[in-house]
Ligand binder design. Structure first.
Ligand SMILES: *Cc1c(COP(=O)(O)O)cnc(C)c1O
Length: 277
């Protein structure tokens, strides 16, 4: 029997009524860009992650790129990151004009914090740790290194919605964190979507304008921006799905425990210890 890793069809059947109602509610209002639905989604994410600010964007890749941009990282700068990630981590660094510098990973596929300092040069501006499969990097150590060398931290938390490190949600040990709501992630939209969280008002204000063409007000442009506003139908759907995130995570945990049980004696497969969040 073939079983796909993530099958979104049965999920849609379960949620069909709720989702269609949300779409109908949003479309009936007529206004479809930067509306109250988006505000509410951002507030609910800020609350869930215990952060001051959240901004909904078009994708996790945009969230990474815009995070780097907001911290002034660009040409001539080096960004330390992990070689084990989805290609978008590298793509984001390349697109702002910076140079990615790899630090090898540990057994859990997360960046080896003990090797980071050996890769720091005069050009290093930031560290971008990736919480692979939602397993958190050693943020305490990475934070210490960043303070010592005056580096920024951008967390690639695309896979880390609902992940905690020492009781604090992903994003709590950095300047800014980027999340993805791609259909295969645990908090997933109806298509592409993403967001950032930060406690820094300055970054929040900057990105809020940048994601909307650099418009401070309707007819007042203060910079050249991009169009990366989270779609409001998705914002409404994500608000509903955020309430079910715990359930989704616990289902995924149950599934991995099945693998652990049935593959326990397979000599080619080694499981890491289960981490309690
Ligand atoms: C999914 C993912 C991204 C990109 O997110 P999109 O929303 O697909 O643009 C970036 N980094 C990691 C680690 C991811 O898993």
């Amino acid at each position: 029997m073939n079983i796909s890793l993530v099958d979104l069809v049965p999920r849609y059947k379960d949620e069909r009524k709720l989702i269609l109602k949300a779409i109908d509610k949003t479309l009936s209002k007529g206004n479809l860009v930067l509306t109250k639905e988006l505000d509410e989604f951002e507030k609910s994410i800020a609350k869930y992650t215990k952060h001051k600010f959240c901004l909904g964007l078009n994708s996790g890749t945009d969230a990474l790129m815009i995070s780097l941009w907001s911290l002034g990282i660009g040409k001539g700068d080096e960004v330390i990151t992990s070689p084990i990630s989805f290609i978008a981590t590298l793509g984001a660094i390349i697109h702002v004009g910076a140079k990615p510098v790899f630090v090898d990973v540990k057994e859990d596929f997360n960046i080896d914090e003990d090797l980071i300092e050996s890769k720091i040069t005069k050009k290093t501006k930031a560290i971008m740790p990736v919480h692979w499969a939602g397993r958190m990097c050693n943020m305490e150590k990475i934070n210490k290194i960043s303070k010592k060398h005056n580096l920024k931290i951008i967390e690639d938390a695309a896979q880390a919605m609902g992940s905690y490190y020492k009781l604090k949600h992903a994003g709590s040990y950095s300047d800014i964190a980027a999340f993805s709501c791609h259909p295969l992630k645990n908090l997933n939209a109806l298509g592409d979507a993403g967001f950032i969280i930060t406690n820094k008002k300055k970054l929040y204000n900057k990105i809020k304008i940048y994601r909307n063409h650099g418009l401070k007000k309707r007819d007042h442009v203060i910079m050249f921006g991009v169009n990366s506003r989270l779609d409001v139908i998705n914002a409404e759907v994500l608000k509903i799905r955020l309430k079910k995130l715990k359930e989704v995570i616990s289902k995924r945990t149950k599934n991995i425990n099945l693998y652990r049980t049935y593959l326990k004696n397979n000599r080619f497969i080694k499981f890491l210890k289960n981490e309690k969040n």
